[in-house]
Design a protein around this ligand. Structure first.
Ligand code: CMP
Length: 225
């Protein structure tokens, strides 16, 4: 079951199941506890990872110690490939957000796989393209949108990955603390908190610790625009 999620990653797209299973079997599982750092920004990197279960956050730290989250990734998503495609140090720090199991693949094993399977390279380019689009959107939002708009967008984005439909609405178990949600949105904890309290007062969301229930997705979508 968990392997099915991994096999849905672009790394295995359209591949013969037997070849995929062989590559999968060559990948080493690693447990990453919440708060545990898998690798740091600036380190040399020689392997990439596909998430089998749990969540990983990717973040950067400014010279004065402030943190910014680039992304929160879940099962089936890949990271750690940039230092291969564009040789250089790790561009972000990867930390467990919820206890996770990741499968690691050495960059040296990826190259022959891509050479033998050009369609996989095409799908990886697709994944990189989607990430660039997301990053461009986030950059534009930082300039053009207000904090509540960005919070609404972040919640909708998280719901695409981690949301579960319930009778009441979409329950999103994001596992982020208020501080981490603020780092993802690129604003102070106080401002993000105020926006969430306002959404809750309007009946758009209900907060549940490290989860949130989206009660009125349509309003949130309008606010995110
Ligand atoms: P690498 O630079 O090897 O290590 C950090 C990883 O974070 C990087 O590879 C990418 O896989 C991932 N990453 C970097 N920037 C982003 C981003 N903007 N969105 C999502 N993932 C990213």
């Amino acid at each position: 079951m968990e392997d099915d999620v991994v096999l849905s990653a672009p790394l295995f797209a359209n591949m013969d199941p037997e070849a995929s299973r062989t590559l999968l079997a060559s990948m080493t599982p690693q447990h990453v506890a919440r708060g545990e750092v898998l690798f740091h920004e600036g380190e040399p990197g020689d392997r990439l990872y596909v998430i089998r279960s749990g969540k990983i956050k990717l973040g950067r730290r400014s010279t004065d110690g402030r943190e910014n989250l680039l992304a929160v990734l879940g099962p089936g998503e890949m990271f750690g490939e940039l230092s291969l495609f564009d040789p250089g140090p790790r561009t972000a720090t990867a930390t467990g957000l919820a206890d996770a199991v990741v499968l690691e693949l050495g960059h040296g094993d990826l190259i022959p796989w891509l050479e033998q399977n050009p369609t996989v390279a095409k799908h990886l380019l697709g994944a990189l393209g989607r990430r660039l689009r997301r990053t461009n959107d986030a950059l534009a939002d930082l300039v053009f949108s207000d904090v509540p708009g960005r919070v609404a967008k972040a919640l909708l984005d998280l719901s695409q990955r981690f949301g579960q439909q319930t009778d009441e609405g979409v329950r999103v178990a994001h596992d982020l603390t208020q501080e981490e949600l603020a780092q993802l949105v690129g604003a102070s904890r106080e401002t993000v908190n105020k926006a969430l309290a306002d959404f809750a007062a309007r009946g758009w969301v209900r907060r549940e610790g490290r989860a949130i229930v989206l009660l009125d997705v349509e309003r949130l979508e309008r606010r995110a625009r």
